[in-house]
Design a protein around this ligand. Structure first.
Ligand code: SAM
Length: 226
């Protein structure tokens, strides 16, 4: 569905507080402000790592975590996937839903933080998180939410900017220890998971959009066996 009601409804279908958003208000405000600074923040093109990795997958149910302005979600919907796309930013989701409407594409938009979204467990054939900026907690809530959403036989594709995970923290600056990375997800895998890809590779750079200075990706693709 491509309407604003879906964009304001948590995945569980339960009524949500604060205008439909479920999640940390500070995280929502930070990202809303970032999106509001520009008419368009990202390139509008699907991420190259997603295009490459999804190519061999049969379309099914997909969850796009931190979907932003929706380029990946729309590309997946065009490819026949049943798409649920989630983000903390209502500004980004409004843009994404507008693009979907213009294109006549059907996407289920969820305005929520990943950890708070009450996603149906084990229900997605593909969970895609592309540069998702998810905060790290001592109990690894974000990593566990990503893994829990994958159906048996399904795939988690987690892509991030190479080098950011090892950057030195400076006062008041970005600290990689505050975020989850492919390595923190991989650290939680047990015998129920098979690692299909865990590598650094050159990024297929889309023209335009913020973040174009990141030239390499960390790509983690893992399959849930049972
Ligand atoms: C770097 S952007 C990437 C956007 C998109 N995946 C892309 O590649 O264009 C990170 C996105 O994660 C979203 N985000 C941040 N924290 C989140 C959370 N806890 N749950 C869901 N989305 C979150 C932000 O609003 C933002 O849209």
């Amino acid at each position: 569905m491509t309407d604003d009601i879906a964009a304001r409804t948590p995945a569980s279908g339960l009524p949500a507080p604060s205008g439909g958003y479920v999640g940390d208000p500070a995280v929502r405000a930070e990202w809303d402000n970032r999106y509001a600074e520009r008419q368009q923040l990202w390139s509008g093109r699907p991420n190259g790592a997603l295009v490459a990795e999804a190519a061999g997958l049969a379309p099914g149910r997909v969850l796009d975590v931190g979907c932003g302005e929706g380029a990946d979600a729309l590309w997946l919907a065009r490819g026949g996937w049943d798409v649920t796309a989630l983000d903390v930013s209502g500004v980004a989701l409004d843009r994404a839903a507008g693009h979907a409407r213009d294109a006549g594409l059907s996407v289920r938009w969820v305005h929520a933080g990943l950890a708070e979204a009450a996603l149906p467990p084990a229900s997605f054939d593909l969970v895609s998180a592309q540069y998702p900026a998810l905060l790290r907690t001592p109990d690894a809530v974000a990593e566990r939410a990503l893994l829990a959403a994958v159906a048996p036989g399904g795939v988690l594709l987690f892509v991030h900017h190479a080098g950011m995970d090892t950057r030195q923290a400076h006062d008041g600056d970005f600290d990689p220890a505050d975020y989850i990375w492919p390595s923190t997800v991989a650290a939680l895998l047990d015998d129920d998971w098979s690692v299909e890809v865990d590598e650094r590779r050159p990024r297929d750079l889309p023209p335009g959009g913020a973040g174009a200075h990141h030239t390499d990706d960390l790509v983690l693709r893992v399959r849930r066996l049972r």
